[in-house]
Design a protein around this ligand. Structure first.
Ligand code: HEM
Ligand code: MYR
Length: 415
């Protein structure tokens, strides 16, 4: 058995928080290996990156998700009892519920709401001074996604709900008050949404037919039982929160248009170029750093032993920047996707493998659709200036927001 390269230090949690997105990749380079062991949160952990490792990681015979996600991530980002931590038939049943929501018609409806809302917001942006794209789009997407799931918000609540969802997304890797803000936001949101599910079920506030709220509130598991209302709330948040998180990718797309202005003309009215551009934004920019699983039963792989119960982290960012998969990975080059078959184990910003059988992101098509619409809105519906500001991305921060959320100014409608 080959010995697996190992971190020397007794615990690398602080190093992970300090290095952020580059933690796994820089060690893989140091050890000249896409597998190494370390200790995180005081427990032995195996880190992986690259295509063969991704195929391994998404083998549900070998890995499980139960107990894989650190508690601090569950208490902020994902919640507890939701689809992310399920295995076997419980997972395929719950995942089928999510995928049944992702019909082309439903994706189009969300996109249409998004475009309409974007156009409707332009006059207010024209009148305002500089606006933070991240904050504005956070509110815009909050309003749109609550309406889309079947629980439209009164205008007076949109800003608070946006702050709440942002708090959950920003909290998992932070310490101190900003971490606790995320926990509190989740507790409050779950309580409120559980009450909404209850009102839906009792007929007090019926959900629109076919809406995501109706699908989740009425879903019955393999035994014919409704989801406990707290779990239904966690699953509703698994739609609301990540749709709002797309604001970050849109800010990255705007940053890419700013740094590579030649692409503004290339993407305009060109669906294929827009798609390649969006794929490169998802590959290049840092977002979900790594996925976590546990070894279901012991096995050997490429001469390395994986003992039962061991936590394993797959480097999503590092696989998207792997030099053998992506020549010159640190260059932003959308044309690399022209004519390229997008392999399910190579481009993995939202996880890899199969959407139904495994844990790959249920919202990947929605994300791509919203990003394409955002690129069209940024290049054809309006023009704007990007004032001088600090645009460096700090890869040590997870998630890595552009400082001030990317400020734009002198916004004008163009069509
Ligand atoms: C799972 C990333 C948007 C719903 C995941 C996973 C990642 C991810 C990395 C986990 C993969 C794994 O565990 O192997 C992202 C990113 C997004 C995004 C970066 C950009 C904003 C969305 C959207 C939705 C969504 C828009 C829904 C509308 C989900 C759900 C899961 C998931 C339900 C759990 C799937 C499962 O455990 O089977 N996402 N996601 N995500 N995502 Fe997303
Ligand atoms: C979502 O809301 O599900 C999609 C986007 C969330 C991105 C959050 C990125 C930081 C999380 C660090 C988690 C480490 C997981 C082991």
């Amino acid at each position: 058995m080959a010995s697996m390269p190992a971190d020397r230090s007794p615990d690398s949690t602080l190093a992970l928080l300090r290095s952020g997105y580059r933690f796994i990749g820089e060690r893989c380079e140091r050890y000249d290996s896409d597998v190494f062991r370390t200790r995180i949160l005081l427990a032995p952990t195996i880190c992986l990156r690259g295509r063969p490792a991704t195929e391994l990681f998404y083998d549900t015979e070998r890995f499980q998700r139960a107990t894989a996600m650190p508690l601090r991530v569950q208490r902020t980002l994902t919640g507890r009892g939701g689809v992310q931590g399920l295995d076997g038939t419980e997972h395929t049943d719950r995942k089928a519920m999510f995928m049944s929501i992702m019909t082309p018609a439903a994706i189009r409806r969300l996109g249409q709401l998004f475009d309409d809302e974007w156009r409707a917001r332009i006059p207010a942006w024209e009148a305002a001074g500089p606006v933070s794209l991240y904050d504005e789009l956070g509110r815009l997407l909050t309003r749109v996604v609550y309406a889309w799931v079947g629980a439209p918000l009164p205008a007076s609540q949109v800003a608070d709900r946006a702050v709440e969802l942002h708090a959950m997304i920003e909290a998992p890797a932070l310490v101190g008050p900003r971490h606790w803000r995320g926990r509190l936001a989740r507790r409050r949101a779950e309580r409120r949404l559980a009450a909404l599910v209850e009102r839906t079920r009792t007929g007090l506030a019926p959900a629109p037919a076919g809406s995501a709220l109706a699908v989740i509130a009425e879903h019955r598991d393999g035994r014919g039982d409704l989801l406990p209302r707290r779990i239904a709330a966690v699953e509703l948040l698994n739609l609301l929160r990540p749709v709002v998180a797309v604001d970050q990718y849109i800010a990255f797309a705007a940053l890419a248009l700013h740094d590579h202005p030649g692409w503004r003309d290339r993407v305009r009215d060109d669906d294929e170029a827009t798609e390649n551009f969006v794929q490169e934004v998802r590959r290049y920019y840092p977002f979900f750093p790594m996925a976590a699983a546990r070894v279901r039963r012991s096995f050997d792989w490429e001469g390395h032993h994986f003992p039962r119960g061991r936590r394993v982290l797959l480097d999503l960012y590092g696989t998207n920047h792997h030099p053998t998969l992506w020549p010159e990975p640190e260059l932003f080059r959308p044309e690399r996707f022209a004519g390229r078959h997008v392999d399910p184990y190579e481009l993995i910003p939202q996880g890899g493998g199969d959407h139904w059988a495994g844990h790959r992101c249920a919202g990947e098509w929605i994300t791509i659709d919203l990003m394409k619409r955002a690129v069209a809105n940024l290049t054809t519906t309006m023009r704007y200036d990007v004032p001088v500001q600090d645009l460096t991305l700090d890869l040590r921060r997870m998630p890595a927001l552009p400082p001030l959320g990317l400020t734009i100014t002198t916004i004008r409608r163009t069509d």
